[in-house]
Design a binder for this molecule. Sequence first.
Ligand code: F6R
Length: 357
Amino acid sequence: MRTEQAGALADPAAISVADPGGMLALAASLGSQLREGFDTARSTGALPSPEGLRSIAVCGMGGSGVAGDVVRSLYADRLPIPVAVVKGYRLPEFCGRDTLVVAVSFSGNTEETLAAYREAASRGCRLVTVCAGGELAALSEADEVARVPVPAHVPVPRAALGFLAAAPIGILDAMGLVPPAEETVAEAAGVLEELAAAFGPDRTAAENEAKAVALWLAGRTPVVWGSEGLAEAAALRWKTQLNENPKIPAWAGVLPELDHNEVEGWSEGAGTSYGVVILRHPGEHARTGPRVDATLQAIATSGLEARQVGASGSGPLSWLLSLIMAGDFASTYLAIARGVDPMPVPVLASLKERLRA
Ligand code: F6R
């Protein structure tokens, strides 16, 4: 089985056939999406006033909701006002006229995000929307709410992460709420472009970490750990990409919290069919390194095997997005190795249809 899977990732032409929607090329476009999304957002007219702003809420689900995770993990410890990530129908009670609400929905038709938008509009929140079209675009126009457009040609929301995550960064930058982000975005885009080449289909598994991780995960149930903040957001994205691209169960855990509960579940022999990928970056808390070592020692009898993936670049945005890109590529390669088309999400689509009916 492993040999077959390694074979499936050995030939770039076969990879291209196994990825008819071009998910690998979309994963590789994260850097250019980031640049374009940031520029588009920054030049959006009629953004709300930052005067007297007391809180920020970023609303969105699934692939669009990651935009909120990115913003919170990048800025929560650097902003004097709280940032809430809303993944559901309801806004927190504190959201009002002095709250900036960014409603993100690739399709513009996600019921939870539309409900949060309507709630924000009725409370007089300072709204901005990010979408490719749909009802959210129509509401933005009718309500004269600033809208950051996302290109509709991207086939699925999770492949538009660069546009979706860059939009709130560009909005906060243009409103003067965060330090100017232009250089940071340019640095991250450059790092991501180099990384995309290193993860490319023409590189063998021996020289391509994304392929190596995919092959290592084949036949195991993945668990992804990241430390609070940046790596936590990246671990969550890995989990959802492992669910949606190769269509397998996967779990995410956060350090240090998992040391206070999850470790007990890794009892003797409990980890034999799992593999944990631990996401690391230079900005993590100084106790994370010793904690990772101590955690793995404490659960050694579980049989859980571990490997680490490190971030690239020289700042939080590059660290976060490079970790995300590694997971986007690894999960796509895992789909290809399993003979599964990474693009369609039939269960998700039929569930949405069922709820609409
Ligand atoms: C990812 C995906 C979902 C959607 C989510 C919300 O590819 O399809 O996670 O992102 O269902 O939909 P949108 O992004 O259109 O608001």
